[in-house]
Design a protein around this ligand. Structure first.
Ligand SMILES: Cc1cc2nc3c(=O)[nH]c(=O)nc-3n(C[C@H](O)[C@H](O)[C@H](O)COP(=O)(O)OP(=O)(O)OC[C@H]3O[C@@H](n4cnc5c(N)ncnc54)[C@H](O)[C@@H]3O)c2cc1C
Length: 495
């Protein structure tokens, strides 16, 4: 008889799990509490402007392509490679466009920041080699099953053990290679890609540079929303059932085995369950009688964000798809986010403008600005007051840097913030990626992709192993599928 799996949530981790498990021949049903499928990768249309509400940086596009071909060998995921990684604006007026690919990056760092070309090259080569060694053993497999670990990739990764800078933070390692504090700041920024601080996160995370600078970011044709839209469409075409507006209330289990889900609309029998809900809330809300792994769950949470979606009434040629307006004091900003849980008075502001390449995203001559500041998680701050103050500070900063009064140009506005991230997507306290990577052991302190207590229960998405970001969420689904195959021998010969 066909095994039945219920999936909680419809973020990219859930959709990838649905596709992987459908490929194994399972009967798959997805439950989404919201009206729309896609989790944080959803869009909004406002007066002729289109906004991607969540992620804006898309790397490793080949993972999406491979995912879709799991059910349709002819599937294609169209995207464009961006010629720039990001445009950087500093408070002293310096502006630098960072290109992609080693040679160009090295030259730009030399020309604008006076960096030694051989050191920059050595850094980028090292990050590429580290990335290639670490990816198969940290990202593509479970760290919690020995049989995933044994083999050639582990040996390859271990051979480079002394090259990872295990005793260093990201910032410490970046300072060893680069002399200009602005270059260090640019490379330190990679810590924000999983909601962490470069002053605490291990140097190992500097491998993110490989994606940002050596490979470069991409943009799906039609915007980021195509990531979840295409996965949803493909899964639906292959008989994955989708229930929207149906919140899961409880994971049903007996004698340490899963047997179904209770939702706002009824109870369903399932042989397996995959939770894409934030791991903290999965335990707190859906498994109240199960002892939670407290040590894993009490780790420091990743940062949250405040986002302003602004429809802007004119175009700014000085801006690209990705733009960063740096703070003067990066360390103080991360201290504010992770220690005092406040917004720094001079925040680093990220402005993403998809209409630079997706021209239909804004009316002719106008731009859709996604203006984001990394923020602390919600611990009861007076967000209404904080956000008004932040808005004024951002407007002042951008107006000065762009030599234009920005506020009168805002035609439409929407705001996203920690309380809403918690309420809309069930991200614990508004954290975007679950646990932060703010210590050397963080990679080992993420929840496994399976339950050690309940047979038939699995976990996918950015709050569990391997961690934050779209590529890792897709990898989490692959790991879930592998674990399911190992646990249910009848599925082993299904590819
Ligand atoms: C502002 C912002 C910017 C970001 N930028 C980037 C970026 O540039 N690049 C990047 O890679 N990542 C970025 N991220 C993180 C990104 O959102 C994740 O990488 C990815 O989309 C998370 O996918 P996920 O599978 O973990 O699930 P999520 O997208 O978190 O989806 C989980 C889903 O589960 C549903 N759910 C929860 N509980 C229940 C329940 N009980 N019953 C039914 N449904 C439930 C929720 O409604 C939600 O739809 C950003 C996030 C935010 C908020």
């Amino acid at each position: 008889m066909q095994m039945k799996v219920g999936i909680i949530g419809s973020g990219i981790g859930a959709l990838a799990s649905a596709i992987e498990l459908k490929k194994l021949g399972l009967d798959v049903t997805v439950f989404e509490a919201n009206a729309v499928i896609g989790g944080k990768i959803v869009e909004q249309h406002l007066n002729g402007f289109r906004f991607d509400m969540g992620p804006s940086v898309f790397t490793e596009p080949e993972l999406m392509q491979t995912l879709l071909t799991r059910l349709d060998p002819n599937a294609n995921f169209p995207y464009r490679e961006l010629p720039e990684s990001c445009r950087y604006f500093f408070n002293d007026g310096q502006q630098v466009v960072l290109p992609v690919h080693k040679h160009e990056v090295v030259q730009t760092l030399k020309d604008h920041f006076g960096e030694d070309a051989s050191k920059s090259k050595a850094y980028l080569n090292k990050m590429e080699a580290n990335y290639r060694a670490i990816y198969p053993v940290f990202i593509e497999i479970s760290l919690h099953r020995w049989k995933h670990l044994v083999g050639f990739p582990l040996w390859t990764a271990l051979k480079r053990l002394f090259k990872y800078g295990l005793h260093l933070t990201m910032n410490q390692q970046n300072r060893q290679f680069f002399k200009n504090p602005k270059t260090v700041q640019i490379f330190d920024r990679m810590a924000t890609y999983n909601g962490s601080s470069p002053y605490l996160a291990p140097a190992m995370l500097n491998i993110i540079s490989q994606l940002e600078f050596n490979e470069g970011p991409a943009m799906p044709e039609g915007g980021m929303v195509q990531i979840t839209r295409r996965a949803h469409q493909l899964a639906a075409q292959h008989d994955v059932k989708f229930h929207t507006n149906e919140r899961v209330l409880e994971i049903l289990h007996q004698n340490s085995t899963i047997h179904g889900l209770k939702t706002t609309k009824g109870s369903y029998d399932f042989d397996l369950v995959v939770s894409n809900m934030d791991i903290h809330y999965t335990y707190e809300r859906l498994l109240p009688s199960v002892k939670s792994p407290r040590f894993l769950l009490k780790q420091e949470k990743s940062s949250s964000a405040v986002v302003f979606y602004w429809g802007i009434s004119r175009a700014f040629p000085a801006l690209g798809v990705h733009n960063i307006f740096f703070t003067e004091d990066y360390q103080a900003e991360f201290k504010a986010i992770f220690e005092s849980k406040t917004l720094h008075p001079d925040p680093t502001v990220y402005v993403h403008i998809s209409s630079k390449v997706e021209t239909a995203d804004a009316p002719a001559g106008k731009e859709n600005w996604f203006v984001m500041v990394n923020a602390p998680i919600n611990v009861g701050q007076d967000w209404d007051a904080e956000i008004q103050l932040l808005r004024a500070r951002i407007l002042e900063k951008l107006s000065k840097a762009l030599n234009t009064d920005i506020e009168p140009l805002i035609e439409v506005e929407q705001i996203n913030e920690p309380r809403l991230i918690d309420a809309r997507y069930s991200g614990k306290q508004g954290s975007i990626y679950g646990n932060a990577s703010n210590n050397a052991f963080a990679a080992f302190l993420r929840h496994p992709n399976f339950s050690k207590k309940l047979k038939g229960l699995y976990f996918a998405g950015v709050t569990v192993h391997p961690g934050g970001g779209i590529p890792l969420a897709i990898n989490s689904a692959k790991i879930v599928a592998r674990c399911v195959q190992e646990d249910y021998p009848s599925l082993r010969n299904k590819a």
